[in-house]
Design a binder for this molecule. Sequence first.
Ligand code: BES
Ligand code: MN
Ligand code: MN
Length: 439
Amino acid sequence: MEPGRLEELYDWLRIPSISTGGGEASDLLAAAEFAAAIIRRAGGEAELVTIGAGNPLVIGELHAISEGAPTVIIYGHYDVQGPGPLDLWQSPPFEPEVRADRLYARGAADDKGNFYPLLIAACELFESGELAVNVRVVIEGEEEAGGESVAAWVKAEGRGADCAIVFDSAMEDAQTPAITIGLRGCISTSISVKAQPRDLHSGLYGGSVQNALHVLQQILTPLLPGDDGNLRAELRAGAEPPSAAELESWQQLRPGQEMLDEVGATSLTSDSGADFRRRNGAEPSFEVNWIEGGAARTVVPAQARAFVTLRLAPGQDAAAMQATLERLLRERVPDGVQLEIESHAATPSLFAADLPAIQIAREAIERASGMKTALIRSGGSIPVVADFAAAGIPVIVSGFGLADDEIHAPNESFVLDHLDLGERCARELLQALAALPQT
Ligand code: BES
Ligand code: MN
Ligand code: MN
């Protein structure tokens, strides 16, 4: 990537556009304006669209050289997760720094640095009068926060494109680019338990009153996986088993055990490694992410809070699972104890490997990278992908992150060479999509 472009990305990364709490609205706006300016400078049209109290969407247009060309949405998100503990960062999160072959900054991989090559490829093809497809740019600022703006925009537009390209995922490994055909959904739930008006002396009242931490433990325990690693049947409802062909294709990928060993993880069950792809891509999973309450003193805690997530497998109905989860939580609450639940659902997605858009993308990425390209499922979630799918828009989910980019964690980074790799693949992909059948 030429030095001017690199500097531009660094400037974008310098804006702390945090959407998950603690961020400034002015910084989110600045990051949106920054992206819009890139599109306008290339001669394209761009505007910021704000829906309700949401963070601004960047909506842009770059027209194809010839009329009647297919329309392709390119999607990324300018918002980032909070940096977490600053002392764990080797260089400050919003001061991009190159060390060895990597660029370090919050957002370097998720998603500014991953998406930037796609944006630049479209802008440069347009500027040089080569762009073979109509490009609609959609960049959101609420992806990490479960915001509704982009979903509302997609819904209002209807089938406003022949396909979408999302650069917000990772390669299978450094030698294997990937198209992520499956993503899990996610139900994020905040739970609050109130058992008493105030904490009580555990000697004077213990054994006679409800303990908020015990209630929390009691309602969460039935949601944990069983000895076989599976969730209870009600939480697996609708999960579609992978086809024999897909199971077979996973055999060609890196062994799951290797992926667990790489992060030094403790396995849930003895077959967690061997069964990793299926569990991660075709099964739901439940996590208690955070729990709080009580004190290290002799009290009966009055209140307790938790944040939990249920990842949904492709095939599962997000609204139905949201209702099931809420019912399971409420059903064990003792009389008189107050339970408050606030949850938000993102739908899973899965695309057929033989869709024309997926086939074209695979061949284009193979030509541009010179590497065999895998079709994979990811256990992560990108909520807008299901919104595009619901509007009848097939989605090519890709990107050039790696498993060790430390997204959402301290010292997030992106391999510098992958900016060029991403741009090469994006150029080839955009131009190849001119052959997409229009329906
Ligand atoms: N880009 C990630 C998801 C991802 C990472 C997909 C790697 C594929 C490979 C995205 O920004 C993300 O973090 N999504 C959240 C969504 C949640 C807030 C609903 C997630 O998965 O936790
Ligand atoms: Mn992302
Ligand atoms: Mn993320």
